[in-house]
Ligand binder design. Structure first.
Ligand code: FPP
Length: 249
């Protein structure tokens, strides 16, 4: 390989995406495959998530967003829903100190105030403890739905218009972005460069619908609890070799 080509390749490998978002799918199928309860599957998923956070941080990814609970997930059994929030409480209790020591800043995307009270308290503790950190920005989409998020932004903008604080003619794409969960209230999180979905499914499932406009998409057949940091790193590095055009040439 010529010196120039070698240099280009190294540059491509160094082009780590700023924001990677993940649809962590397949916990239920993993549980079935291993003949354990669905909650054990989510617990295994939580362990996988911990390893991915560490690897993302080591790789220099600045923003990592995970889809932990969608607005549609309420349709699952009360036992499973309660179990997922129980895991969240457990996760915060066991990991918050380490996250904070590693300068990780936790944010929540979604209507987390309407989840069970003990989980809200855990989340508020995590948000408060890590609020001044500026290492990895770790965003948990919780009670999150993309359409709900856009509707909520529209409602906020409509209220401002009624109050005469904004002229409808001045509502731009930037205005909409500002009122999403990824907007001002969470420090303006950039759109994801790469979205990964595991378990062989290839759908957006109401995840970051506005923000995914120009994201690269990657799909893995691994069930989420089997998704390793090595596979994550391979996918992210292969992203670096892709050329994004943003609609241009
Ligand atoms: C999708 O698998 C996964 C979820 C709905 C929950 C994700 C939760 C975690 C990874 C654990 C806890 C997270 C935190 C932030 C503590 P599925 O159940 O839809 O799998 P299936 O499609 O195989 O049934």
């Amino acid at each position: 390989m010529s010196a120039d080509k070698e240099k280009d390749k190294m540059e491509a490998q160094n082009k780590i995406p700023r924001h990677v978002a993940i649809i962590m799918d397949g916990n239920g199928r993993w549980a079935q495959k291993h003949n354990v309860s669905r909650i054990s599957g989510h617990n295994a998923g939580m362990l996988a998530m911990k390893e991915i956070i560490k690897r993302a941080d080591i790789m220099g990814i600045k923003y990592l967003t995970v889809y932990a609970f969608s607005t549609e997930n309420w349709k699952r059994s009360a036992e499973e829903v309660g179990g997922i929030f129980g895991l969240l409480v457990k996760y915060v209790a066991s990991e918050l100190r380490e996250l904070d020591e590693n300068n990780v800043k936790v944010s929540i995307l979604g209507d987390y105030k309407s989840i069970p009270r003990s989980a809200v308290a855990s989340i508020e503790k995590a948000l408060d403890t890590t609020k001044d950190n500026d290492g990895l920005f770790f965003n948990i989409a919780l009670n999150y739905g993309g359409r709900q998020e856009i509707t909520r932004a529209a409602r906020k903008i409509a209220k401002l218009a009624i109050q005469g604080l904004i002229n409808p003619e001045d509502v731009s794409e930037d205005t909409v972005s500002e009122y999403l969960y990824t907007g001002e209230e969470n420090g303006n999180i950039p759109d994801p460069d790469l979205i990964i979905r595991t378990s062989g499914e290839e759908r957006m499932s109401n995840f970051l619908l506005w923000q995914c406009a120009y994201s690269e998409l990657a799909f893995s057949d691994s069930l989420w609890p089997d998704f390793t940091p090595e596979e994550f790193e391979t996918i992210v590095r292969s992203y670096a070799g892709r050329e994004r055009r943003f609609g241009g040439r």
